[in-house]
Design a protein. Structure first.
Lengths: 214, 547
């Protein structure tokens, strides 16, 4: 586990190519152009899932929409409609990745369904609101974690930044690093926004997928 | 490969996996750590500890012949195997085996709906068919039958029935094992057996008459380890025409006894779906704890008078029951009128609230608005969004899962009062706030069955889990001292639970052990499931009750 400083020093050596590092650094500085409809991602994401009971989740989805991504809201936090009417049919055809910013419970259900369809959790970040701070604990490929570093200065826009990170990321790697970051936020009671997770479920790897029931 | 079966070296196990691969296709044999993580119990109360039950590999056959081949290979190498259907079974062990090192036989690929008959109202399915699959099939084909499903709809009809799971419609259907009629089983020697009328080669009544001729053996395959069930028939509820609900409230604390007696009569007469008991004064199962109730209990268990005064101050009845009826419009209305007349005459001060009347099939808008869709046969995953936001759950520090203490008590008010106090005192003894108090009602479970008991939260934290296990074990013992026991529990508690059924020096367990030794001499099938260990493991494993 690393804090920001350790992660940057270690991650640059341990993870990723120079190109990926340049890309994520440019992205982190806001100089990389937004991608359209996942065009440049190695494996485009089928949908960005959000829970409109939570403003942070809605902001995440708005950012994804602004970058041309398809978004899907849960039904008061319930994944049934999304899975039964939509993902079930998509995953019968083959594993397609999805991303989201939801409660841990919704992720648990989607991850379990996704595992049966040949998907695996590629990236996960816990976002815990504690007073005027949001504590982030991120697990995933190095380039995604590096791209997430501006979370520390993103203030109330932290979830929108997570949307940008996920729109831009490549999805081939299941390598897993960890970093912890903190965002100072203002306004609004913590309430039920206390604990959200952002995540990417991606096809496990080419040629070795587990596709049940097809 | 992180785990090996006991007594099997890495080289030999590689040969086992190779043979499994030859039988089912090598792409359907899993042993990488990444794959095996999926067979851990996500809710485990022993997560990451030495006691956690871990599988060594998994194999996923596609048909009965492949299951037979897998069983024969397991026998040849004396490798333990553990069959799962869709492998959900969360709170009761997930996909993880009882015996570490077992190879999971994952039956998800066997997902054929073999038949659904809406003239005789039954279905025949393979293990990998989920409630969602069956519902989708019925909707797409326009069949006039309902499923009876548990709260999360992603589980297997067969898997749930074989763990004695339940649903929410009329008694005969919501006892999922009780609603089955006929099964096909791969035995420990690799032979295939059919039960009931299925054993008669030309019979067309396999799903009509369950007993066939001779001893009825189906019960051995539920919560047991005598075979791998590969097909099951289920009786299905013909699509009802209407739904009508209502509530009855009774004012006094001890009125619960009379209310239960009255509702027992209604349920046992086949007039109502499972009743839901609640306390308007004290809140429901997932209701927030009333701080005033805590004050009331500060000096010990309150008197009946104090509890009634508490309810009166809130202008609330002490107890209520929500009742639902399914059937023709005149029948359900007539039943509700009868209920009001019957209970109104038996319990003074009883009041009634008319509920919703719906005609089936529901419109999408009606479905969306219906508060508990499984009660009308619609599978969903809503429970995960409800529990996440439950006030009894700390949103800033949510647990990873839970181990439910679903404890069968007798179906009387006297038992409910006794259980309230016993659970409360057990929690108090452990210094843990009790989820059960003087306004906790029973939960209707199988037909003619009440359960009471708390939800024990589990974490990815060994210290917290250790305390939770100590409490859970204490509850098993405490319950048995009152004559109560869980109907189902996770593998880590199964030995302790089975040991409570000790009548005549554990004659029931000794009988099933004798059967096990005869039917599965190598002890390869799900060792330890239901507390039944094969002979060669009995001494070393059976005593591992104190976690």
């Amino acid at each position: 586990m690393s804090n920001r400083r350790e992660f940057v020093a270690w991650g640059a050596l341990a993870i990723g190519t120079l190109a990926a590092a340049r890309e994520s650094a440019a992205f982190a500085q806001g100089t990389a152009p937004p991608r359209a409809a996942g065009a440049a991602a190695a494996d485009p994401l089928y949908a960005f899932v959000y829970d409109d009971r939570f403003p942070d989740s809605a902001a995440f989805a708005a950012q994804a929409r602004a970058r041309g991504q398809r978004t899907q809201s849960l039904d008061h936090g319930d994944v049934t409609r999304l899975w039964y009417d939509d993902l079930y049919h998509q995953w019968k055809k083959g594993p397609v990745g999805i991303a989201g910013l939801t409660t841990p419970g919704a992720l648990f259900v989607l991850e379990t369904f996704g595992n049966d369809a040949g998907l695996r959790l590629q990236f996960k970040a816990d976002h815990r609101r504690r007073g005027n701070q949001v504590e982030h604990r991120l697990f995933g490929p190095g380039p995604m974690l590096r791209a997430a570093l501006p979370l520390e200065t993103s203030g109330n826009q932290w979830s929108a930044h997570m949307g940008r990170v996920m729109c831009a990321a490549r999805r081939r790697s299941f390598e897993r690093s960890e970093v912890r970051l903190t965002t100072q936020v203002s306004g609004g009671p913590p309430g039920e926004n206390d604990y959200l997770v952002s995540w990417v479920l991606a096809p496990r790897s080419r040629g070795s997928m587990t596709t049940w029931g097809s | 490969m992180a785990v090996l079966p006991a007594g099997v070296g890495a080289g030999d196990f590689a040969k086992v996996l190779q043979e499994f691969g030859s039988a089912v296709g090598s792409q359907w044999v899993f042993s990488s750590p990444e794959d095996m993580d999926l067979y851990r119990d996500a809710y485990s109360i022993v997560w990451g500890e030495p006691q956690e039950r871990r599988a060594s590999a998994a194999v996923a056959p596609e048909n009965v012949e492949q299951v037979q081949a897998v069983v024969r290979i397991a026998n040849k190498f004396k490798v333990p195997i553990y069959a799962i259907s869709t492998g959900r079974n969360l709170t009761y062990g997930g996909s993880a085996p009882n015996y570490t090192g077992s190879v999971v036989v994952d039956l998800k690929r066997m997902n054929k709906i073999i038949s659904v008959d809406d003239r005789r109202n039954f279905a025949v399915v393979e293990p990998g068919v989920s409630y969602f699959d069956m519902y989708r099939h019925i909707q797409e084909k326009g069949l006039k039958v309902w499923i009876d499903c548990p709260d999360p709809g992603w589980g297997s009809l067969m898997g749930n029935a074989l763990d004695h799971g339940i649903g929410y419609t009329y008694g005969v259907y919501r006892d999922h094992f009780g609603a089955h009629c006929g099964m096909e089983v791969v035995l420990a020697n690799g032979e295939v057996m059919r039960t009931g009328m299925g054993a008669l080669p030309k019979a067309t009544s396999w799903q009509d008459y369950r007993y066939g001729y001779g001893p009825y053996v189906d019960g051995l395959f539920a919560q047991g380890n005598f075979g791998i069930v590969t097909k099951m028939g289920f009786w299905m509820l013909p699509q009802p025409e209407n739904y009508l609900s209502g509530m009855v409230m009774v004012p006094r604390y001890r009125d619960l006894t009379a209310l239960i007696d009255q509702v027992n009569y209604l349920e046992d007469s086949g007039l109502i779906a499972p009743p839901g008991y609640f306390s308007p004064a004290g809140g429901g199962l997932f209701g927030p704890p009333d701080p005033k109730l805590k004050d009331l209990m500060a000096n010990g268990w309150p008197s009946d008078d104090a509890l009634e005064a508490f309810a009166k101050n809130k202008n609330a009845a002490c107890w209520g029951a929500s009742l639902a009826m399914l059937g023709p419009a005149a029948t359900v209305q007539g039943t509700w009128d009868y209920i009001k007349q019957r209970i109104g005459g038996a319990i003074s001060g009883a009041t009634f609230k008319d509920g919703e009347t719906l005609k089936f099939p529901l419109t999408p808008e009606q479905q969306a608005k219906f508060p508990h869709r499984v009660a009308v046969g619609i599978p969903n995953m809503e429970v995960y969004s409800l529990v996440t936001r439950s006030p009894i759950n700390n949103p800033a520090d949510p647990p990873f899962g839970h181990a439910d203490f679903t404890c069968v008590i007798s179906r009387t008010g006297e038992s409910v009062f006794e259980a309230q106090r016993a659970f409360y005192e057990a929690f108090t003894e452990f210094g843990v706030p009790s989820q059960i108090g003087p306004f906790s009602g029973p939960i209707t479970w199988h037909q003619r069955t009440f359960i009471m008991g708390p939800i024990i939260w589990t974490y990815r934290d060994a210290e917290r889990n250790k305390k939770a296990r100590a409490l859970f074990n204490h509850l098993i013992d405490m319950a048995a001292s009152h004559g109560w026991a869980e109907y189902r529990t996770a593998p880590v508690f199964q030995d302790r639970l089975a040991a409570q059924f000790s009548f005549a020096d554990h004659s029931l367990l000794r009988f099933t052990e004798a059967l096990k030794d005869a039917a599965d001499p190598n002890g390869i099938l799900s060792p330890g499931r239901g507390g039944i260990w094969p002979k060669h493991l009995r001494a070393s494993q059976k005593g591992r009750q104190n976690l």
